[in-house]
Ligand binder design. Sequence first.
Ligand code: SIN
Ligand code: FE2
Length: 227
Amino acid sequence: MIDDLFAGMDLYDDRREAPAEGALVLHGYGRTEAPAFLAAVGQIAEEAPFRHIVTPAGYRMSVAVTSCGPLGWATDAQGYRYSPIEPESGRPWPPMPKEFSDLARRAAAEAGFSGFAPDTCLINRYAVGSRISLHQDKHEATYDAPIVSLSLGLPAIFLFGGFERSAPTTRIILGHGDVMVWGGPSRLRYHAVQPIKPGWHPDTGEFRISLTFRKAGRPRREGVSGA
Ligand code: SIN
Ligand code: FE2
C-alpha cells in the first residue's frame, strides 16, 4: 500500500532500466550525494567558470560547460579535444573530488564495468531550452571504459539511440540523482538531450546540471616499456 502511495513520486524512484546491453540507468543512485556535489560544482565553477563553447563550425552551444580532473573538454579552431589546461585561464583544471570519482566507479561497477577510473568529469549546465543534439562520444583515446553520467536538478529527456544517427532512439527520463552508464557494446551509441523544459528545482533552480565521467586519455599500458 505504501508502495502504491508513493508510486510515481520521484523521491522514492530507485528503479533500474537497462535500455540496451552494456547500458544501465540507476534512478536515484546519486541523490544522497547531490547537495554536496552541487556545492563542489559551485567551487569548481569559481576556479574554472562555465563557458558556452563555440564549435569549430562557429556555433555557440546552448549548454555551458566546465570540467574537473586531469583532463577537461576544450575546443579550438582544430576541433574538440581533451586538454590538461583550461584554455581561457591557462591553468590546470580543478581537481576531481574523490567523492565524484568514487560514485562514478561504483555506478560503473553496478553495470558490470569494474575498475572505472575517470580522468575527466565534464560538467554541463543546461538552462531551459538548452539541448545537445545526437552524437557519439568519440574523442576519447580508448572506448574500453564506459561513460557515466549523473543528472542533477531539472529533468531531461535523454534519447538513447543506435550506431547510426538515423537509428531509432529510446526516451529515458533522467531526473535529479539519476545515473546512466553506457559502455561495452553500447559505448558508441548515439545519444542526445532534448531541450530542457521550463521548471524549477529546489537544488538547482532553473537549471539541469550533468556530470559526465570519462576515461579520455591514453590507456595505461603497464609492463610495456617505451610505449
Ligand atoms: C553528453 O552527451 O555529453 C551529455 C549527457 C548529459 O548531459 O546527460
Ligand atoms: Fe555525449
